[in-house]
Design a protein around this ligand. Structure first.
Ligand code: DX5
Ligand code: ZN
Length: 217
């Protein structure tokens, strides 16, 4: 069973992003958190910076858009070559339209759900997506604690994906570390975002391998 470890560069040194990407060259994808001060109460980086990261990164980019108006902004991230682009269900009335605009441009399309968002309305849309991100913290900040209450929703989705036979990655993001990754794996996740746990380690690469081993057990 394939699994992926995607370190979040939100926890890295923003003054040295190219070097920080080099520390996680053994990971699967680099998770890039785009925040706009509107959808979440925090601001990170946007298209010009992500475009440069895409050019220098040794591994593909997994862009997580925590922004309003993904109809307008998401396609541009696919156009600059991001491997995966995820937008929030709560930010749009037209998730299918956005997903199709991403796939048309060659990116995997991801749908993110905040901890309080119900999954049922989205189950019938699964064929439009390549990944579902179940947020395991409220989006906006790194270093928060994993919310175990999100696990039933993850399992509900993972079961639906399995039943469909579709190749849809199940991602978790927020508070993933040595103590929580196995819980999320057990509940059905196969794609793990980890920020502070990876970049806070002395050897980020060793921590990526460690998390991978814990998730695979
Ligand atoms: C939070 C971001 C996460 C964040 C995770 O809104 O989406 O990707 O960087 O950080 P940790 O792993 O520290 O909880
Ligand atoms: Zn994220």
């Amino acid at each position: 069973m394939a699994l992926r470890i995607n370190p979040s560069i939100l926890a890295s040194d923003f003054a040295n992003l190219e070097a920080e990407l080099g520390r996680i060259a053994n990971a699967d994808l680099a998770h890039v958190d785009v925040m706009d001060y509107h959808f979440v109460p925090n601001l990170t980086l946007g298209l010009p910076v992500v475009e440069r990261l895409q050019q220098v990164s040794p591994i593909p980019l997994d862009v997580h858009l925590m922004i309003d108006d993904p109809e307008r902004w998401a396609p541009a991230y696919a156009e600059i070559g991001a491997y995966s682009v995820t937008f929030h269900a709560e930010a749009t009335l037209e998730p299918v339209k956005v997903a199709r605009s991403l796939r048309e441009r060659g990116a995997r399309a991801g749908l993110a759900l905040k901890p309080g968002t119900e999954v049922e309305p989205y189950l019938e849309l699964l064929p439009e997506f390549d990944m579902v991100l179940v947020m395991t913290v409220e989006p906006g900040f790194g270093g928060q604690s994993f919310m175990p209450g999100t696990m039933p929703k993850l399992t509900r989705l993972a079961d639906a994906v399995k039943a469909s036979g579709l190749d849809i990655w199940m991602q978790v993001d927020g508070g993933i570390n040595d103590d929580t990754i196995a819980v999320a794996a057990e509940a059905g996740a196969n794609t793990f975002v980890a920020g502070s746990s990876v970049f806070g380690a002395e050897s980020a690469a060793a921590q990526v391998d460690h998390l991978r081993a814990l998730a695979a057990r």
